[in-house]
Structures are given as C-alpha cells and as structure tokens.
Design a protein around this ligand. Structure first.
Ligand code: GAP
Length: 460
C-alpha cells in the first residue's frame, strides 16, 4: 500500500529526522522547512544523482554556482520586476490573503466568506537592502530562479571553456519566492532549491532539443524510482506560459495532494540572453525584448554553420529539489502486511538515494569484542565511498530492523557471538548476518566478502 495521505509522510519525516518545520521552537515560519539528519542525506543524494547525470555522464555540460543575491538590473532586464507576479485577493471579512487561482468556489479558505477583493498582481521576489546604507536605490533581490546566474555568466563561461553550440550549464541552488499561500508540506515553500540546466542551441534546432530534454528528464525521474503511471508530461497552454517561454512541458507527478508539477522544461528562445545583451539591434533576435543600455555584454556565440555571432536559444529543464524529495518519499513509502499478521512501514528508496546505505548492529553493546568488530566493519564499508554507513549499538536488533525499514536503509549487518567464533557453530566464525530491507531475507556472509556483497548490490 502506498502512502495514504500527506499527514502520514509529514509525521514520518518529523519522527525519523527527515524534515522539520522551519523556526519550529518559535511557532514555525510559514513556507520554510529544515532538513534533518536523514533529510540532508536524501536531498544530497538526489542532487548528486542529478549532477552525475547532467554533468559527469555528458560531455556537453559545465557546472556553475552563482550568487543568490542578485543585482536589481538583472531582474529588471529578465522581466521579473515587471511580470513575476501571482494574482492575489483579500478577504474583506477576515483580512486574510489568497492566491486568486487557489480560491475554491469564490470563498475564503479561512472564514468561508465570499466577500473577496478583485485579483491584483503580487510580485513574489524577496527584496532586500544591500550594504550599510538603506536608501531607495540600495536594494537587490534574493534570486527567484537560479537560471539568471547562468545567463549573466554566459560570456564568462564561453570565454573560459571555449564551448561551442550546443552546450549546457548546470546549477543547483536555493531560490526564493514570497508565495502568497505556501502549502502541501515541501511542495510549495518560500525557500527551496532548484536543479536547473540551461542548454544553449542554434535557433531552429530548439524544438528537437526540447523533445530530447523532455524524454531525458522523464527517464531520469524513472531512474530515481518514480513509476511511469505516476508521471505525466503536460504541454502548457499559451495563456499558462511564463513571460519568457515559447513552449513549456511540465513533468507532473502524482503527489499525495494530487497530480502537480515536479519539473518544467521550457523553450526560453533567445529571450534571456537577448534581454541581457547591449546593442540588441545588431542581432536578429526573435523574442520581443526591451532595449538594454545597462549591460556591458554581448551574450553571443558563433553560429556553428556560418561562424557569425548569434544569440542562441535555450532549452531549460528546471526541477525542484524539494518537490523531488517529496516525490521519491511518496513513491517509496510502503505499508506492508506481513505473513505473521504484523505490519511494517518500509521506505523502498532506490539504494543510491537511501540516507543510510548500511547499518551495523552489534548484538551486544557491553561486549568490547563485538563492539570492536562491528566498528571495524563500519570503517571498512564507510571507506567504499557509497555514502553513510551507520553504527548503532542500541542492542535491540528487532527494533533496529524496524527503524531502518522506516528510513529506507537497504542493508543491516548484525555482528554476533558466532562472528567471534563463540557460538555453537564454529563454521560461522568471521561471518555476519546481512538483512535485505525489501525481502527481509537474512544471509550469512563472510566478512571478507562483505564489501563486494554491498558494492554489487548498491550499484545494481
Ligand atoms: N527557471 C525556471 C523556473 O524557475 P518554475 O516552473 O517557476 O521555472 C521550476 O520553477 C521548478 O522549481 C518547479 O517545477 C518546481 O519543481 C520548483 N518550484 C517552483 N516554485 C516552488 C516553490 N514555491 N516551492 C517548491 N518548489 C518550487
């Protein structure tokens, strides 16, 4: 049985240390969440998988880590100051504010009143003072998307890497949006992370590349364990498109609260590089952009066929890390009834995403020989470099198995008296029990073969 509702997931995440409400001890800060000891591992593993697939396993992508604080002119020329808005309504009865397109049946969600104002635009960017003097000109923004840092560094990257079309720049990092109504746990928050690729192509080849990236990204999400039945590609209607997009395909996922956007793959044409370019009239831009005499740059690259400088088109697969974490948790959460009539909750995460790869459980914590052996095994497996190997000496193996099922640990290794050659069967000396999370099968494996056993299964 999959997860029944969001509450079940929220409760597991808090209880087991995946995700906590932000500023919790002061009553929480709406739209913020903190990733706990296991959540940070899961999130890092998801980001590492994305970086591996998008940068290391390709030969046409470079990486970037641009700053979050952004010059106001970047976000003016990108169009965000003017258009990065959601429609907002006020309830005249209880003074609460709502995103107009989230209002159901024209009624306030809090008090039920239908006395709502007309929708008006609300800019979602977080504005902040930069420097010690707070005058009307000393402001900048927390970036609302990581993408702009890629566009403003386009020339730096081309100059320093000698890239030619087509090529991409990948970036993972925080983005901030003052959402009117954050909701559905980590699905819609005010501070989140994005994994974005800006893939620059020759105009005319953009639609083919757009199709390529939709397929590539769908497959990547399947590789993270999401079932095809729970994924859907959705072509945005013209009136849904962002101000920069010619076409956008959303990858939707069946979250506990419904089928909603996990990633957007947009054809941004030459809108952004064109908008940030000085003397735009020198280039044959197809997007309608405002003149820009503030920029010092020409964000151009040679046309691969004519060698003339052109502003390339860009295809942008943009995924939310937090929505990705929510999706893999939703998919992995499994409620099982066992043959013995008992029940268990198990997170069937793909091994590369599991926060803990192997747990080492000594049978007795007050026996130094067992503890030393177990710690030695932990050090050996940790050195394989697959991620966290966890030594846990609570002494209750059954409880340990249940806890590690719930947090998705693929393997538990038990070190006991037989391991030391002190049990009834001397043939079991220098062997351990290894238990598989999904099948619950237990095998006796020689310590000398343990590293290979774990390596082959974690890589599978
Ligand atoms: N650069 C393009 C861009 O930012 P977007 O569709 O607005 O496009 C991309 O955002 C992805 O970022 C979304 O598909 C979603 O996964 C994530 N995202 C956007 N707003 C979010 C929010 N308030 N909370 C969590 N994730 C969000």
């Amino acid at each position: 049985m999959p997860v029944k509702n969001m509450d079940e997931l929220v409760s597991l995440c808090k209880r087991r240390g995946f995700i906590f409400p932000g500023s919790d001890i002061y009553g929480g800060l709406q739209g913020t969440y903190d990733y706990g000891p296991l959540g940070v591992e899961l999130k890092n593993n998801l980001k590492a998988a994305w970086w591996r697939a998008m940068v290391y396993e390709r030969d046409d992508v470079e990486g970037l880590d641009a700053s979050i604080l952004t010059h106001k002119l970047v976000l003016r020329h990108s169009g965000h100051e003017a258009t990065f808005t959601d429609p907002m309504v006020d309830c005249r009865n209880c003074q609460s504010r709502w995103r107009a397109d989230h209002v159901v049946n024209g009624r306030c969600e809090r008090c039920g009143s239908d006395d709502l104002t007309e929708p008006r635009p609300f800019n979602m960017m977080f504005k902040t003072t930069i420097g010690p003097i707070a005058d009307e000109d000393s402001y900048g923004y927390l970036r609302p998307e990581t993408a702009q840092g890629i566009f403003t560094n386009f020339k730096n990257i081309v100059d320093s890497t000698s890239r030619r079309l087509p090529f991409g720049v990948a970036q993972i990092g925080k983005a901030f949006r003052n959402e009117i109504t954050p909701r559905n746990f980590i699905f819609r928050v005010r501070e989140f992370e994005q994994m974005e690729l800006e893939y620059f192509v020759k105009p005319g080849s953009d639609e083919e590349w757009h199709r390529h990236w939709v397929e590539t990204r769908l497959q990547w999400w399947r590789d993270q364990g999401l079932l095809s039945d729970n994924l859907q590609a959705y072509n945005q209607e013209p009136d849904e498109l962002a101000h920069y997009a010619k076409a956008t395909v959303d990858i939707l996922y069946r979250f506990p609260h419904g089928l909603e956007e996990l990633e957007g793959i947009a054809n941004r044409t030459d809108f952004d590089l064109g908008s940030h370019t000085r003397n735009q009239a020198d280039y044959n831009l197809t997007a309608k952009v405002d003149p820009n005499e503030d920029s010092t740059a020409k964000l151009v690259i040679p046309d691969p066929d004519t060698n003339k400088p052109i502003v390339p088109y860009v295809i942008e697969p943009s995924a939310g890390v937090d929505r990705g974490v929510l999706a893999v948790l939703t998919e992995a959460y499994t409620h099982e009834e066992l043959d013995n009539g008992k029940e268990r909750v198990v997170l069937k995460l793909r091994p590369h995403l599991a926060p803990i790869k192997v747990a080492i459980l000594p049978l007795a914590r007050n026996r130094p020989e067992i503890v030393d052996k177990a710690k030695g095994i932990k050090r050996e497996l940790q050195a394989l470099g697959f991620g966290r190997v966890f030594y846990e000496d609570t002494g209750n193996i059954g409880k340990g198995y249940r806890r590690h099922d719930e947090v998705g640990t693929p393997f538990c290794v038990t070190v006991d008296f037989d391991t030391l050659g002190q049990g009834d069967d001397s043939a079991l000396k220098d062997t351990v029990t290894i238990r598989d999370r999904d099948t619950m099968a237990q095998e006796r494996v020689p310590i000398s073969e343990l590293a290979e056993y774990v390596r082959s299964r974690l890589q599978a």
